[in-house]
Design a protein around this ligand. Structure first.
Ligand code: AKG
Length: 251
């Protein structure tokens, strides 16, 4: 990553770094396969399912870094943390991590900014590490450039108000497995459902400025407390502290 990359991120709120390492993709897939096979409730990791036309499917895993060595090393040391630090402009630490599976028939995400769902921290950056190729057909991310300076008006789900969504210019970002799309926590983003027969899995680490503290454990504790306080979701699948996920619940 060079200075032009940092400037691109500061200006547009996102940065696409192409990966050209087939071995990295093989490793990523084997680590993600391992996490996806962990039984719900058998450990402190979190597994979420959604209903699709082909039945219930895994849609998200979270809190797996303590239990999967390859992903822990990838997300908490070396180039990923260095890039997050360069984009934040100060040393970064992992705040949370998730895998979104978006298997065939999996749902998309309503337009939102991530910042309202993050507790305790002001300064954070995330990325999508593509485990599979992502296209318009299987629900790649779409972003809005240069709108990461402020929080936008929201609807009752905490997503961006529809009149604001309509006046913004959305850019689809197709990526190949191994690519990394970095985005600011106020960068508006959304994604469509997976209308293809192939999975669109992606890993999403989020980093915060280390000066704000190592808050990963606090984040998951708080998330579980807020989920418990809210009770069962009346509609939809609750995977986030805002209602961005459009998946159907498994009943
Ligand atoms: O994986 C996607 O398609 C969108 C993910 C996203 O925006 C989120 O999890 O907040």
């Amino acid at each position: 990553m060079d200075r032009a990359d940092v400037e691109h991120f500061a200006r547009y709120g996102w940065l696409l770094l192409r990966g050209d390492d087939a071995e990295r993709v093989t490793d990523l897939r084997s680590w993600v396969d391992e996490v996806s096979g962990w039984a719900e409730g058998a450990g402190d990791w979190l597994q979420y399912r959604e209903m699709t036309d082909d039945g219930p499917k895994l849609c998200r895993s979270e809190n797996f870094v303590p239990f999967q060595d390859g992903l822990r090393t990838l997300l908490t040391t070396g180039p990923m943390v260095d890039t997050a630090s360069a984009l934040l402009g100060e040393p970064a630490v992992l705040y949370k991590e998730k895998i979104n599976y978006k298997l065939a028939g999996g749902a998309g995400y309503a337009p939102h900014q991530d910042a309202p769902a993050y507790r305790f921290v002001e300064s954070h950056v995330s990325c999508m590490v593509a485990v599979d190729d992502a296209s318009i057909d299987n629900g790649c991310l779409e972003v809005v450039s240069g709108r990461h300076q402020e929080l936008l008006p929201t609807d009752e789900a905490g997503c961006i108000a529809s009149d604001v969504v309509e006046e913004m210019e959305w850019t689809a970002v197709p990526v190949q497995a191994g690519d990394t799309l970095w985005f600011h926590s106020r960068t508006p983003h959304r994604s469509g459902p997976n209308r293809s027969p192939v999975p669109r899995r992606a890993l999403y680490p989020t980093y915060n400025a280390a000066r704000e503290g190592d808050l990963r454990e606090s984040y998951y504790r708080q998330k579980l407390a807020e989920f418990a306080a809210a009770g069962d979701a009346a509609d939809g699948v609750r995977v986030s502290l805002i209602g961005d996920f459009q998946g159907r619940p498994v009943t």
